[in-house]
Design a binder for this molecule. Structure first.
Ligand code: DBV
Length: 258
């Protein structure tokens, strides 16, 4: 890697990373808030390895970008590029539990068999209308506008459904020109609108009672534990970086509220 990243706010270095636009937009949109680095150990800020045959080794790079603000406990992005095709952006924004806010979750994954797009303002307390109604009222029209222009994503694990809103933008897109066109014409504007909707909610949110924040904390921990236990990338990360590093990355960086 050209040079070293010293903290979580340093720009991502891998210029071949397919999803760079989306992190750039995230950084731009967060500029309205006072942001601070989120401490991440060097071992997880940047990591490089090789895979494939010894005669033709391919490089895999993973970088972790992150920040925190007055109302956001952790916004972090796992940025992975493996060879020419495989590319992952896993962005999760976790508010502090003393604000009645959802998570922002974006899982953009390119594999040899296509692109997987998962985008949502994920409820912490799905059955609590005080937590969900004002979010879904804003998000549903945005969802209807964009999901109708995308191929459906197909089934998701049943136990995961409780962590998604009715406005979960979910699609599997083919590789190639058709896919690239959908990413440019649909996914980019959809992402911008989902993130704008989320950051508007953050800006307008007020401190909640101790009792309610305790309730939200339990919901946040349940989400984090589920995601850490069921991370669909665990196998891939283990193959690239080994089991010990992967378990520490998933439990101590990506889903570190347990
Ligand atoms: N997913 C992650 C992290 C990743 C990551 C931290 C660093 O949570 C990548 C990387 N997601 C990733 C990869 C795949 C998926 C799939 C590599 C493809 C796995 C494969 O097909 O081999 C949303 N991500 C998925 C799927 C969903 C999501 C629904 C498809 C189903 C699956 O394979 O499990 N966001 C993701 C998710 C939840 C969420 C599973 C659960 C609550 O909030």
């Amino acid at each position: 890697m050209k040079s070293k990243r010293n903290n979580s706010l340093d720009p991502v270095l891998n210029c071949n990373w397919r999803w760079a636009y989306f992190l750039d937009q995230t950084i731009k949109k967060f500029s309205i808030f006072k942001t601070n680095p989120y401490f991440i150990n060097d071992d997880f800020l940047s990591r490089e390895s090789f895979f494939g045959s010894s005669s033709n080794p391919k490089k895999v790079t993973l970088e972790t970008w992150a920040l925190k603000t007055k109302k956001i406990r952790q916004a972090r992005c796992a940025c992975l590029q493996a060879g020419e095709i495989t590319s992952v952006m896993n962005l999760v924004i976790s508010p502090l539990n003393n604000y009645d806010l959802p998570f922002f979750g974006a899982d953009f994954v390119t594999l040899p068999n296509g692109h997987l797009i998962a985008l949502d303002l994920q409820p912490v307390l799905k059955d609590d209308t005080k937590h969900t109604q004002h979010v879904w009222d804003k998000l549903n029209p945005i969802y209807l506008k964009w999901q109708s222009k995308l191929p459906l994503g197909g089934d998701i694990p049943s136990e995961a459904r409780q962590y998604f809103s009715p406005a979960f933008l979910w699609s599997r897109i083919p590789l190639g020109d058709e896919g690239d066109a959908l990413i440019t014409q649909i996914i980019k504007p959809a992402f911008d609108e989902y993130l704008d909707c989320f950051l508007d909610l953050v800006r307008d949110s007020k401190m909640i009672s101790k009792e309610r924040s305790f309730h939200l904390l339990n919901g946040q921990k349940k989400y984090m534990k589920y995601r850490a236990n069921k991370d669909p990338a665990r196998g891939m990360l283990k193959r690239f970086f080994g089991s010990e590093w992967t378990e520490s990355y998933i439990n101590n960086i990506l889903f570190d509220l347990q």
